[in-house]
Write a protein that binds this ligand. Structure first.
Ligand code: TA6
Length: 304
């Protein structure tokens, strides 16, 4: 019996939770609700698309995304764990940790009425990952589709020593034209400007985009809102257990160099990432859990 068949037998729910062979032969799972649909890759535990009944495509996936083993998938919601960005000591370690390229296993799936459907997955750790992360730990992701889309990232310290993580749900949102959107909710927040040598600056007003933008806003726990007049919508981002917000758009030159964003892909995406990075990394005591939760909701600008 192949993996997808076994997954459907154990966790599939007809017309609501359906496992299938996706791009690159990766096991994918589709979650269906009357409010929309999400697609998840079990490699990386990564949501790769969310289409809302009333808002169209919300989470962006690069047309040039690579699904081969070892590659991170460009777009969706990559899971950055147990560090964010470059590893603090080991240059050879993968950027944003190893969770997003590792296999994940399904823990459970469930539905509640026609609107709510969810799945819980767990990172597979072992000999292949211990060299990166020796600490006994569990990492789970829960994806819940219903009134909006909720993602939860739960780290459990199952060992006898404390450890410190950096993390983020590195979400790529689809926008009409990044030059015409703004991100509200970060006014007054301090940020590290990666485009300017990680200089510490303070946000004034809304975040706008007219070039490469790569900022870690620290001590930023409030809602953010992506205002997109071109798509007649705003996307509200509400979070708990996350003190950092990362805003990223590579713009044309870096976007072209990435090789999997497409020539003009930068125009139709913006990352607003909920995490704990830089000053906000999280220390977890033995036996304790840390939960990062974020909910995305669409609001129509034209009142429809
Ligand atoms: O979250 C922003 C960032 O750290 C950028 O500096 C850029 O590296 C981006 O992540 C994408 O990283 P990736 O390793 O997925 O190409």
């Amino acid at each position: 019996m192949n993996e997808v068949t076994a997954l459907n037998d154990k966790y599939g729910l007809p017309a609501r939770v359906v496992f299938r062979d996706g791009e690159g032969g990766l096991p994918f799972v589709d979650l269906f609700s009357e409010t929309g649909r999400v697609v998840i890759s079990l490699r990386g535990g990564q949501l790769i698309n969310w289409t809302s009944q009333d808002g169209g495509e919300v989470i962006w996936l690069s047309p040039q995304a690579r699904f081969a083993a070892g590659n991170s998938i460009r777009g969706g919601v990559p899971v950055c764990w147990p560090w964010f960005g470059a590893h603090p000591q080991q240059d050879s370690f993968p950027a944003h940790g190893f969770a997003r390229t590792a296999p994940w296993e399904v823990l459970s799936s469930e539905t509640s009425g026609d609107e709510n459907v969810s799945i819980e997955m767990k990172l597979v750790q072992g000999d292949a990952t211990r060299g990166y992360w020796p600490y006994p730990s569990d990492l789970a992701v829960r994806v819940s589709l219903g009134d909006g889309l909720k993602l939860e990232l739960v780290t459990h310290n199952t060992g006898a020593t404390p450890f410190t993580i950096g993390e983020a749900l590195h979400t790529y949102f689809k926008v009409s034209d990044v030059r015409k959107v703004v991100v509200n909710g970060l006014d007054g927040c301090q940020y590290l400007d990666k485009v300017d040598g990680y200089a510490r600056k303070r946000q004034v007003g809304a975040v706008t985009f007219d070039g490469e933008t790569d900022r870690i806003y620290v001590d930023s726990g409030g809602d953010c809102v992506i205002e997109d007049p071109g798509l007649h919508r705003r996307i509200r981002i509400s979070k708990h257990g996350s003190r950092s917000t990362v805003v990223w758009n590579p713009w044309a030159e870096k976007g072209g160099r990435l090789g999997d964003l497409g020539a003009d892909g930068y125009l139709n995406m913006v990352c607003v990432e909920s995490g704990n990075a830089a000053d906000n990394r999280v220390s977890i005591a033995p036996g304790d859990e840390h939960r990062l939760a974020v909910t995305y909701r669409i609001e129509r600008l034209d009142g429809r």
